[in-house]
Design a protein around this ligand. Structure first.
Ligand SMILES: [Zn+2]
Length: 214
């Protein structure tokens, strides 16, 4: 069984995830730790649970999802990856940081790119890479069928959806992604969101006021 733990970090209340298995190997997703106390909270959790992070993977590269990449890479010396189409968004992060008044000293680089349809392995467990653009052009989600969850980033939230007004955003693509990548998963699948509380596919199919039928 995979353990999923998340921490709301930085001024944008972005959910940083760490997923671990029974061997204590772990994957960090969307590290947004920014303030020193956020670094401590995250690293203390890892230390206290004797977790061994093996890699950092990102759903997408908006500023609030990459603020902690540098600190995590420095600390654990592990690779960082995301979808190639998202490189343009990462390149824009320092500019976004300036606009939001959030100093971004280190701009992280990809060690490799993720490909849709591939599986990310954590020992015997796999996370399938689902391509779900719209909120950002190279957004992906990470799905574990065996553990019944999807890490959905900013595609869909409890009773809301990702914004599409940032560079590379596309409302029609987002709707398509929600219908083809998220709403095709079993209803009981837990959706772990990039902001706010978790929900399920079934609940959002029933209640989400922003998802239009295609
Ligand atoms: Zn975002």
């Amino acid at each position: 069984m995979l353990q999923v733990k998340f921490f709301p970090f930085n001024a944008f209340s972005e959910n940083t995830y760490i997923i671990s298995n029974e061997k204590n190997n772990a994957i960090i997703i969307d590290p947004g730790n920014f303030l020193p106390r956020e670094d401590s909270a995250f690293f203390d959790y890892i230390e206290q649970n004797e977790l061994k992070p093996t890699q950092i993977i990102n759903t997408h590269c908006h500023l609030d999802h990459v603020l902690g990449v540098h600190a995590c890479k420095e600390k654990y010396q592990i690779p960082f990856s995301f979808h190639a189409t998202e490189q343009q968004v990462l390149d824009w992060a320092p500019e976004a940081a300036m606009r939001y008044g959030v100093p971004m000293v280190h701009s992280p680089k990809a060690d490799f790119y993720l490909k849709e349809g591939d599986n990310i392995m954590l020992d015997d467990d796999k996370l399938k890479i689902l391509f779900a653009p719209g909120h950002s052009p190279g957004h992906v989600c990470f799905y574990s069928a065996a553990n019944n969850f999807v890490i959905a980033g900013d595609v869909i939230f409890q009773s809301s959806i990702g914004r599409t007004d940032l560079p590379g955003g596309d409302f029609d693509k987002l709707m398509q992604s929600i219908h083809s990548q998220i709403f095709t998963l079993p209803d009981e699948t837990i959706i772990y969101c990039g902001h706010g509380p978790s929900t399920t596919v079934g609940i959002e199919k029933m209640n989400n006021p922003y998802v239009k039928s295609l």
